[in-house]
Ligand binder design. Structure first.
Ligand code: SAM
Ligand code: SF4
Length: 344
């Protein structure tokens, strides 16, 4: 695809986004596709129904929306999905957005499963990406194949090495899963820290239907932490990387460990995030059904005015907190949307 061009040039000098609970919104997670080359069993079913391509925003539209957010005080944009790197020409969007780093945008980053990172790491670094979040739930090839339903661990490890070689700061994300990778968590942390990477553990969230009952694999991080404390000294840190993770230093490895605990410890008080799906639906809360349609605004006759109106509405409907629960067998998910739709 040719270069991504500006379609809507948002007026500068607009007021920053602040929600109804006086939380400034500075962090956009933008899903660029709902498609993925893996099928992690806690994220989506094997026969996931993906959206027709025409429903998905074009790269120009994704760019225009992002500029609108930057003009309203968003300083950090994370491209996600689905798997962002399966979208054709996605590096063009990184390049276009990268040009705004230092003039409103402070950080441009992505969350990826790394299967195609080896191919793109250098281009992402030249586009201005400095940090990358990589999902890695196991270092065991057979377990990886079972969990993601694809035998892709070698490519993922290659992608991780390429990111490191390209000078990207790598953070690993690991979903803690009872009876699946539970035993391996200390090894994963030790491996990550040995490579100089932070690692963040995440509690599995009840988003979208999958084949298994999530109760079976839900592992509270309060329990994981207690077990890690039997082995290591964990020193709480005040570091904040703009996301929901709380950090500790593992004294024995010298590395940082993040904990994202939507179930056991609510972190919504300081929420600075909004999410936009690949079809331009703005969800002000990952765990809520509230949404506004930015695609309709963008495709209207007066995109700037409509976008402005939609953003104001989004700020007024952002809920105070999510209401995830995962303690009831056979319960419906908290939200019918899969994480791959809203963007992780
Ligand atoms: N495909 C990319 C990846 O896996 O990094 C980006 C999208 S993925 C939806 C983003 C993150 O969400 C991943 O770290 C994944 O492990 C996590 N995730 C997916 N479904 C989840 C769930 N139900 N609960 C908690 N985390 C989930
Ligand atoms: Fe794909 Fe990421 Fe979901 Fe795994 S977690 S299926 S890699 S979107």
């Amino acid at each position: 695809m040719s270069k991504v061009r500006d379609k809507v040039i948002p007026a500068s000098g607009k007021l920053p986004l602040v929600d109804g609970f006086k939380r400034p919104i500075s962090y956009l997670r933008l899903s660029v596709t709902d498609r993925c080359d893996l099928r992690c069993s806690y994220c989506m079913p094997e026969r996931m129904q993906f959206l027709p391509r025409k429903e998905v925003l074009s790269l120009e539209e994704l760019y225009s929306l992002s500029l609108g957010f930057i003009a309203r005080g968003v300083t950090k944009i994370r491209l996600t999905g689905g798997e962002p790197l399966v979208r054709r020409d996605i590096v063009d969007l990184f390049r276009a957005l990268g040009r705004h780093i230092g003039t409103g945008l402070e950080e441009l980053t992505l969350t990826t499963n790394a299967t195609q990172l080896a191919e793109h790491a250098d281009a992402l670094a030249s586009a201005g990406v400095r940090r990358v979040n990589i999902s890695l739930d196991t270092l065991d090839r057979a377990r990886f194949a079972r969990l993601s339903r694809r035998d892709a661990l070698p490519q993922v490890l290659e992608g991780i090495s390429a990111a490191k070689a390209a000078g990207l700061k790598v953070k690993l994300n690991t979903v803690a899963l009872k009876g699946i990778n539970e035993e391996e968590i200390p090894d994963l942390i030790a491996w990550a820290h040995g490579q100089g990477f932070d690692l963040t553990l995440i509690e599995v969230m009840p988003l979208g239907e999958v084949e298994a009952d999530r109760v079976d694999h839900y592992l509270p991080l309060s329990q994981v932490r207690a077990e890690l404390e039997q082995r290591w000294s964990l020193t709480p840190l005040t570091d904040n990387t703009g996301g929901p993770a709380r950090y500790v230093r593992v004294e024995e490895t010298g590395g940082r460990l993040g904990l994202i605990t939507p179930l056991t410890e609510n972190f919504c008080g300081g929420c600075n995030r909004i999410r936009v799906t690949a079809t331009g639906q703005l969800y002000p809360c990952l765990g809520g059904g509230e949404r506004v349609d930015l695609r309709a605004a963008l495709r209207s006759d007066e995109p700037e005015r409509e976008l402005e109106r939609a953003l104001q509405e989004a700020m007024s409907i952002k809920p105070e907190r999510h209401h995830f629960r995962i303690d009831q067998r056979g319960a419906n998910p908290a939200q019918p949307r899969h994480m791959s739709v809203t963007g992780g």
